[in-house]
Design a protein around this ligand. Structure first.
Ligand SMILES: NC(=O)c1ccc[n+]([C@@H]2O[C@H](COP(=O)([O-])OP(=O)(O)OC[C@H]3O[C@@H](n4cnc5c(N)ncnc54)[C@H](OP(=O)(O)O)[C@@H]3O)[C@@H](O)[C@H]2O)c1
Length: 370
């Protein structure tokens, strides 16, 4: 019986819940969230949706706070999930991207990069990691919350952590596959897309370091693809800032969770596997992730590409103890927003989360005070 726990039932987690509810082979789904009514309501809706499609899965909601690590450990001990889809965050990036900021402030926020808000994503993931450790439960965590950086910091800190991330490069790989199918007329089994790249490849495009190789029928066809077009305008421009793309990230999280919990090897792309930065082509199954790099590209070279790519998210390096050090450019841009931070340390996560809340409140109240 496959049991999946959904930790953080918001926009991404809500989609993951809906996909799981409709997936054969998942018998039990447990959701975890703090708010008293939204979690039970969404879980009940998913249960009804699954019944409409002929499933009789067991769905239940547990009101819980990841910050109470001992209570979470007890919950995990009771539920004993085969896999956990985790997307809890202190505040979704959607909130800031949807806030009314004047154009100058918006540009300053962009210059500070997505990495500025790392503590909001890292803190709940670190709490979950400690709870899993305390519980002693053997499970596989798929972390959707900024996995390219969060997973690395957590593995460096704890020596274990999420098995994979989700979204990001996985979305790029899907887009390239469909582009190649459309432009060559060949079916998917003839095509082998191999992409190494990071969160920034999805958000900023091919200016970000990456590695791409395409084979069709085993022959190199990399030159036949305009990767920039494939990742941007093809076949239509996507509005990445609405709620809708969350289905993509949730879908890839569910794919990884089920592959990890299952025994059938799945050839795919994964974000942040086993604490590595960025995403890679890989084979996932039976709780393991094996990189599937193209000939001529070593693992060391692939990781180095994604380490360089992390600078586009403001990350200079991640220390052996999990401390995340910012680039000089992102530090300067954050200071421009009144936030001084050279590095994110685990001991300081709670304070950093509070400071960022203050920055966010100040940024969003500026327009109203004027
Ligand atoms: N990898 C990708 O490609 C990708 C793409 C998009 C988004 N993301 C990431 O996905 C994450 C989720 O985004 P979202 O838009 O879905 O956010 P969201 O709608 O705010 O959902 C986050 C959920 O986390 C829960 N949560 C927060 N703190 C918690 C705690 N201490 N204990 C238990 N639950 C907690 C919240 O519920 P309660 O407040 O009720 O607890 C909330 O429902 C973010 O980190 C975002 O950056 C990743």
């Amino acid at each position: 019986m496959t049991t999946v726990l959904v930790s953080g039932v918001g926009q991404v987690g809500g989609w993951a819940l809906e996909f799981l509810a409709r997936t054969p082979g998942v018998e039990r789904i447990v959701t975890v969230k703090r708010s008293p009514w939204q979690g039970p309501s969404w879980t009940t809706i998913a249960m009804l949706g699954s019944a409409i499609e002929g499933h009789t899965k067991h769905l239940e909601h547990r009101q819980a706070d990841l910050a109470d690590e001992e209570a979470m450990a007890r919950l995990l001990g009771e539920v004993r999930p085969d896999a956990i889809v985790h997307s809890a965050t202190v505040q979704s990036p959607r909130v800031l991207s949807g806030a009314a900021l004047d154009p100058g402030r918006r540009a300053a926020v962009r210059a500070a990069t997505f990495g500025m808000w790392l503590p909001w994503h890292l803190s709940p993931a670190a709490q979950l990691t400690r709870a899993v450790e305390l519980s002693g439960v053997d499970t596989h965590v798929v972390n959707v919350s900024f996995p390219d950086v969060v997973n690395v910091a957590i593995w460096n800190r704890f020596g274990h952590g999420p098995s994979t991330g989700a979204g990001n490069l996985e979305v790029c790989a899907a887009r390239v596959l469909r582009y190649v199918m459309a432009t060559t007329g060949r079916p998917a089994p003839d095509i082998d897309v191999s992409l190494v790249g990071s969160h920034a490849l999805l958000t900023r495009g091919t200016v970000v370091p990456h590695h791409f190789r395409l084979t069709i029928d085993g022959a190199d066809a990399t030159d036949r693809v305009d990767l920039t077009a494939a990742l941007s305008s093809w076949p239509e421009v996507i509005n990445w800032h609405g709620d809708v793309p969350n289905s993509l990230y949730a879908g890839s999280a569910v794919k990884n969770a089920l592959a990890l919990a299952g025994s059938e090897p799945l050839t795919t792309h994964v974000s942040a596997p086993m604490g590595r930065p960025g995403g890679y082509p890989a084979v996932v199954g039976s709780g393991t992730v094996e990189l599937r790099l193209p000939p001529g590209l070593t693992e060391e070279e692939a990781v180095a590409i994604n380490d360089r790519a992390a600078r586009f998210d403001g990350i200079e390096r991640i220390e052996a103890d999990g401390t995340v050090v910012y680039t000089a450019e992102s530090r300067a841009a954050m200071e421009n927003l009144g936030y001084r931070c050279e590095a994110v340390e685990f001991e300081d996560l709670a304070r950093r989360c509070d400071e960022l809340r203050d920055v966010y409140r100040r940024l969003t109240s500026e327009g109203k005070d004027a």
